[in-house]
Design a protein. Structure first.
Length: 198
C-alpha cells in the first residue's frame, strides 16, 4: 500500500488493522471458551462471540450466557449484524451493546442503538429495550443491583418523553431522555424543555 499522509487514509488503514485483529479474535474465542477453567472467564469469552453457529448457541443456552450483539459496530464496519432470533429461539437472553470506541464505533445514541437492534438484528422494540436494560445488566453480572425497576435495586432510571416504548427505535438518533436518575439522584431534568418529536 502506498503511504498517504491524508487523515482519511490513516483512519482507513487503522480501521482495517482493527477489523483484522477483531476477526482473528472472533476466530480464536471458541478455543478460548473451551480452554478456560474459570467460569467467569469462560462466560466473558463466550459473551464476546458476535457470530456463532448452532453449537455455540446451544452451549450459551446451557451455560446461561447472555449474547451481546453489537449492531452499531457491525454497521460502522460495514459488516452483517448478528441476528437475535437464533439466540432468542434457543432461550439465550440478548443484550445490545454500543461498543463505543475510537476504532470501530463512534455513535453514542441510545435511540440509534435501539433502532439498529430492531432494523439490523431483527429485534422487536420491546426486545431491544430489554436488551439495553435487564439483559445488559445480566451480561455485565450486575443483575443483582441493576437493570430492572424493583425495590432494593440501584435506582438508575431514564424517563423518556414518549407514551409508548416502541416510539424510541422508530425515531433513530433522536434522544428522548427527559429525566435521568443515577443511584437515586436526579442528574438531568429536561421536563420544561420542548419535546424533540411526537
Amino acid at each position: 500500500m502506498k503511504f498517504d499522509n491524508s487523515l482519511e487514509q490513516v483512519y482507513l488503514s487503522d480501521l482495517q488493522d482493527l477489523y483484522d485483529a477483531e476477526k482473528q479474535l472472533v476466530k480464536a474465542l471458541p478455543k478460548m471458551v473451551k480452554a478456560a477453567t474459570n467460569p467467569e472467564l469462560k462466560q466473558a469469552f463466550a459473551d464476546h462471540l458476535e457470530k456463532t453457529g448452532n453449537v455455540g448457541i446451544a452451549t450459551m443456552a446451557k451455560s446461561g450466557t447472555v449474547a451481546v450483539l453489537l449492531p452499531l459496530a457491525a454497521w460502522s464496519l460495514r459488516d452483517s449484524a448478528a441476528k437475535a432470533a437464533p439466540f432468542l429461539q434457543a432461550g439465550v437472553p440478548v443484550a445490545l451493546g454500543g461498543n463505543l470506541n475510537p476504532g470501530t464505533q463512534r455513535m453514542e445514541s441510545l435511540s440509534l442503538l435501539l433502532a439498529s437492534g430492531c432494523l439490523l438484528a431483527g429485534m422487536t422494540p420491546a426486545q431491544a429495550l430489554y436488551g439495553v436494560t435487564a439483559a445488559a445488566a445480566r451480561a455485565l453480572l450486575l443483575q443483582e443491583s441493576r437493570g430492572k425497576l424493583v425495590p432494593g435495586l440501584r435506582a438508575d432510571i431514564v424517563i423518556h418523553g414518549t407514551r409508548d416504548p416502541a416510539h424510541l427505535p422508530y425515531h433513530a438518533a433522536v434522544e428522548h431522555a427527559r429525566v435521568v436518575v443515577r443511584a437515586g439522584k436526579v442528574i438531568l431534568d429536561l421536563r420544561k424543555e420542548p419535546l424533540r418529536c411526537g
